[in-house]
Design a protein around this ligand. Sequence first.
Ligand SMILES: NC(=O)NC(NC(N)=O)C(=O)[O-]
Ligand SMILES: [Zn+2]
Ligand SMILES: [Zn+2]
Length: 507
Amino acid sequence: MERTLLQWRLLSLLALIVALFSLFFASRSFQQETQGNTCSLLPHDHFWISSKRIVTPDGLISGSVEVKGGIIVSVVKEADWYKSQRSRVKVIDYGEAVLMPGLIDVHAHLDDPGRSEWEGFPSGTKAAAAGGITTLVDMPLNSCPSTVSPETLKLKIEAAKNRIHVDVGFWGGLVPDNALNSSALESLLDAGVLGLKSFMCPSGINDFPMTNITHIEEGLSVLAKYKRPLLVHAEVEKDLEIEDGSDNDPRSYLTYLKTRPTSWEEGAIRNLLSVTKNTRIGGSAEGAHVHIVHLSDASSSLDMIKEAKGKGDSVTVETCPHYLAFSSEEIPKGDTRFKCSPPIRDSANREKLWEAMMEGDIDMLSSDHSPTKPELKLMSDGNFLKAWGGISSLQFVLPVTWSYGKKYGVTLEQVASWWSDRPSKLAGLHSKGAITVGKHADIVIWEPEVEFDLDEDHPIHFKHPSISAYLGRRLSGKVVSTFVRGNLVFGEGKHASDACGSLQLAT
Ligand SMILES: NC(=O)NC(NC(N)=O)C(=O)[O-]
Ligand SMILES: [Zn+2]
Ligand SMILES: [Zn+2]
């Protein structure tokens, strides 16, 4: 009897010790998880995110996404969710808010190093995170020097180190100096640029001269080997037929519009499409791809692009939210915040751009966030002919797309296609761009129905909010949370303390 009692007591003691040990180890692993991850506002490496509206490649579902080690490890519909939920794993329920792949902005100028007083990696990527952009691809010009060689790419990589809040890749520049020198181009591509970018007209940046069609053709033959794209600013300078007269007031937007007519876009695109046949299957540049950036002209330029696609040329085209939101008629006198090239055209053109978006003739969107320091916008003079061209929009592209697209019946799936799926393919970022098992957990949670005013109380993270043409607008679509590779980099209006974005270099 006494022996059984003793045995019983020993057993209870043993159980107590085991319980204490497990408590100790559980709390230690929790502490390890919670401490030290200054990259995320969330202290978990393994968690679930639930939402009634998840945008997946198979359509909209209500369910949950499991994230582990920065990767999406499962996506389950609500009906199957209770079966697969593991206890002790954190669940964040976003209710009706939309869960979508993070945006991939393939066209942003962060101007770092060398012109970081215009933007810079920290401010630009904070704005991106606050806007639901999880990856951006930085343009090779406006930083100083331009990214046209392995050495100048190295300067970018150095400047970005520990200073980016989202993932960042780079385009390299195709310029006359490297275009006819295949080993120079190969060394730039070997160094990790995701593709090349060139201008068919002066870029406004001295160390980024324009290319002619021979440069482009040569560039494409090198890109073919790497299966990477060439992005082209397609405008070509032509003689202008502007009558002299008092109506050429430089403070009038229409004066500026006359200096960059649709014929500039048409002319460049016609010339460019004369070499894209090389990209067809069996062509001399099969494997290369041509992407026309920031299309503004929705008439002949677009018709030619459609025709080229129909013939099998490997061509895509983007436009930007400012061409879809604004029209030339409404731009106030002297308001140089709206100056960009190609220019914003009339409202009939804007309608046609929307039509092309909805029909799928324009493949994707990008911000073309191209800021400068406010002095160069010449806001007090209001001289459209002399002010720096470029729109500042990085943080607002998602709500702008949604707010201005609503009347055309834009769907959440279309937004995800224009901003995530298509851009991921263009940039060759195959581990990004969709809510699917195996992809990076790059996720934006947003509330399409929530409206807000872009007034002085609204926190704007890019460097010079005063030069943004969107200020004063009422938008719909509030970003709640942004995850980059599982790190909650932005949530409830705050950023994670450390900048843990990673570089997306081509290999
Ligand atoms: N140097 C620039 O940033 N140019 C940019 N300027 C615009 N879009 O007005 C561009 O992408 O062409
Ligand atoms: Zn451009
Ligand atoms: Zn640009």
